[in-house]
Design a protein around this ligand. Structure first.
Ligand SMILES: Nc1ncnc2c1ncn2[C@@H]1O[C@H](COP(=O)(O)OP(=O)(O)OP(=O)(O)O)[C@@H](O)[C@H]1O
Ligand SMILES: [Mg+2]
Length: 291
């Protein structure tokens, strides 16, 4: 569905040269929900901008359904990290959410109004349609940006740390909303986050990126049940095992160690587990194999 092959991005200009992404290759299947985690500055936003056709890669390519992405593809929506700059301050919230719908063929005004109302309702902002973005709090503005993407009913949804500015309770509600909409609408979702627990709770698969210049450090299938619940899923032993594993990978990524499955990982485990009576204790020995 969404294929990233040998993607490299070097920013050049004003006497600076930054190799943000070195060599990224991965695939997202149709209808999959994949979370991307990686250290700050490792090129996550750069990657999403290349995937959405907003930025041209230096080399490599992105294809969507077999077609090369060289501009924003129809059917794809992007929730930006910088929500403050992604809403038009002179337009009311309702008009902001409706704007991309005007690009969609065959949508009448009545249907557009309905989609806007539904999307605002689903992010808990049913009353805010008549306000201007600058009259809302940061977290509310971020929810408007999410509503705008949802109203568009995309086939592919790219989200760049969309919940960074919302409080913990709203964040939990929005996580459940993303999973529910993903299941109901069979969207393909690529979700970028700093938050390891969020990545494991939300994703069907987690891709861990190395520090800049970026490569894929590891991919991990999240074998938690499809029906997830903030209270019960997060306290299961399997959830704890998966989050510990991703945490270790991120630590390795920060140190610049690209985990080789096998020897490298054993070394990491040995360092992390400590000893009991001189005998190394592998806290993960009972863990089912990670795929
Ligand atoms: N427009 C730009 N021009 C030059 N360098 C840039 C530009 N955008 C990003 N960079 C550089 O590319 C690297 C990756 O930035 P990017 O924003 O993609 O990281 P990120 O993983 O999204 O970070 P964060 O987790 O903090 O959001 C950084 O070193 C950054 O300084
Ligand atoms: Mg970013």
């Amino acid at each position: 569905m969404l294929d990233v092959r040998g993607l490299r991005k070097v920013y050049e200009g004003s006497g600076r040269r930054t190799e943000a992404v070195r060599d990224l290759t991965f695939t997202v299947e149709a209808g999959e929900l994949v979370c991307l985690v990686g250290p700050s500055g490792c090129g996550k936003t750069t990657l999403l901008k290349c995937m959405s056709g907003l930025l041209a890669p230096t080399s490599g390519e992105v294809t969507l359904g077999g077609r090369k992405v060289d501009g924003p593809p129809p059917g794809m929506a992007f929730v930006f990290q910088e929500y403050g700059r992604s809403l038009f301050p002179w337009m009311r919230v309702g008009a902001n959410v409706e704007l991309p719908l005007k690009q969609k063929k065959g949508l009448g005004a009545a249907r557009r109004k309905e989609l806007v109302a539904d999307a605002l309702e689903s992010v808990g902002l049913a009353d805010a349609a008549g306000a201007y973005p600058w009259q809302l709090s940061g977290g509310m503005q971020q929810r408007v940006a999410i509503a705008r993407a949802l109203a568009y009913e995309p086939d592919v949804l790219l989200m760049d740390e969309p919940f960074a500015a919302v409080d913990a309770q709203t964040r939990a509600d929005l996580e459940d909303l993303v999973r529910r909409l993903w299941q109901e609408r069979s969207m393909t979702v690529l979700f970028v986050t700093h938050d390891i627990d969020e990545a494991v709770y939300l994703g069907e698969r987690v891709i861990v990126l190395s520090k800049s210049p970026t490569v894929v450090q590891e991919q991990l299938k999240v074998d938690l049940p499809r029906e997830r619940d903030q209270l019960t899923t997060r306290v299961t032993p399997r959830f704890a095992e998966l989050r510990t594993h991703v945490y270790e990978q991120i630590q390795a990524a920060k140190r610049g160690a690209v985990a080789a499955p096998g020897a490298g990982e054993e070394a990491e485990v040995a360092k992390a587990v400590g000893t009991a009576g001189g005998v190394p204790v592998d806290v993960r020995k009972d863990m089912p194999p990670l795929r």
